[in-house]
Design a binder for this molecule. Structure first.
Ligand SMILES: [Zn+2]
Length: 64
């Protein structure tokens, strides 16, 4: 049953296999990856908010 405690999961940021149980930055492999994911999330929210205010967004959608 020790395998449950030392569960190995892929880091959501870089995909590297990392221990879940002992990792202070879980589910990430390191503090760097935790920071990367945080930046990605805030960047996404920023783009959504900006898209909402930008009237040119409809023109950009037609291009897709
Ligand atoms: Zn990582």
């Amino acid at each position: 049953m020790d395998q449950n405690r030392t569960r190995i999961i892929p880091c959501p940021a870089c995909g590297k296999m990392t221990q879940y149980g002992k990792n202070p930055y879980r589910p990430f492999c390191s503090r760097a990856c935790k920071g990367v994911d945080f930046i990605r999330w805030t960047d996404g929210e920023y783009r959504i908010a900006k898209d909402d205010q930008d009237e040119d967004s409809s023109a950009m959608r037609e291009r897709e």
